[in-house]
Design a protein around this ligand. Structure first.
Ligand SMILES: C[S@@+](CC[C@H](N)C(=O)[O-])C[C@H]1O[C@@H](n2cnc3c(N)ncnc32)[C@H](O)[C@@H]1O
Length: 257
């Protein structure tokens, strides 16, 4: 977590008020760890600022300035805030209320205007692509493997009116088209319930993005991810794809492959 020591005094929307740190600690569990200001962080397990750096590596320098971004499953809002700091206008959609409250708290504490960071409790299928205005980037991070039908959700996401899609997931190593359930890899439990979810190889996940109608899907290369990654990000594989030819997820659902 060497980056925690970074000088960020001149970063927009920050506070070094240590009372904010204490308040964040009293709010219950955080997943995305958020940078509040110089030496001031929320609790959490995934370093939002590292996730942002991985995304930066996939775009030209200064890319986020003035961009409109939809962050689906925005979690505690750490990444949304990092992109706002880089000049983007972000809609953060997060259905789990305890996390959504943290995004609201961050927005208030950091003094981010509502027009730069809007928040909703929408889950993926509450957000209708045909009713959503143009986005420069749709983020679908840390979600695909949690759904029963990963290809179906990618087919759905590909229908948003967006120039670019950034999708992250947990990948297993290998060159074959292989999908494995996480319960088979490193068993984890949520209470007494085994945590399930589909992990693909990178080559297979690239094909799945293509099947979803996205154009030119590619893996983001950054020292924090892929083989030997620093493991401070939510996932070990981050992909970018461009607007392609969207497919109808209901039609694709019955397709022979
Ligand atoms: C593994 S976390 C990933 C969070 C974040 N996008 C990241 O990459 O750090 C999954 C997030 O999706 C949210 N979520 C759960 N069900 C969802 C759904 N049906 N649609 C959208 N988000 C959902 C969870 O509350 C959680 O915040």
């Amino acid at each position: 977590m060497a980056d925690s020591m970074e000088k960020i005094a001149d970063v927009a929307f920050s506070t070094s008020d240590l009372r904010a740190v204490e308040q964040a600690k009293s709010m219950g569990p955080w997943q995305q760890r958020c940078m509040l200001g110089e030496g001031a962080f929320t609790p959490g397990i995934w370093a939002s600022w590292d996730i942002a750096k991985v995304l930066d590596a996939g775009f030209p320098a200064g890319f986020w300035e003035g961009k409109r971004v939809l962050d689906i499953g925005a979690n505690c809002g750490g990444l949304s805030v990092e992109l706002v700091r880089r000049g983007a206008t972000v809609h953060a959609a997060e259905p789990y209320e305890p996390y959504r409250q943290k995004i609201e708290w961050l927005r208030g504490t950091l003094g981010i205007p509502e027009e730069r960071l809007s928040i909703s409790g929408d889950a993926l299928f509450d957000i209708r692509p045909e009713e959503t205005s143009h986005m420069d980037v749709v983020l679908f991070l840390g979600l695909a493997y949690h759904f029963r039908y990963p290809q179906l959700v990618l087919d759905y996401v590909g229908q948003f009116d967006a120039d670019h899609f950034v999708v992250s997931t947990q990948c297993i190593e290998g060159e074959s088209d292989f999908l494995q359930n996480r319960s088979d890899i490193t068993p984890q439990y949520l209470g007494d319930q085994p945590l399930l979810g589909w992990h693909a190889t990178r080559p297979l996940f690239l094909k799945m993005l293509e099947w979803a109608g996205m154009s030119d899907p590619r893996l983001i290369e950054h020292p924090h991810v892929n083989r030997g990654g620093a493991k401070t990000t939510t996932n070990n594989a981050y992909f970018i794809a461009d607007r392609g030819k969207p497919v109808d997820h209901l039609v694709e659902m019955t397709r022979f492959i």
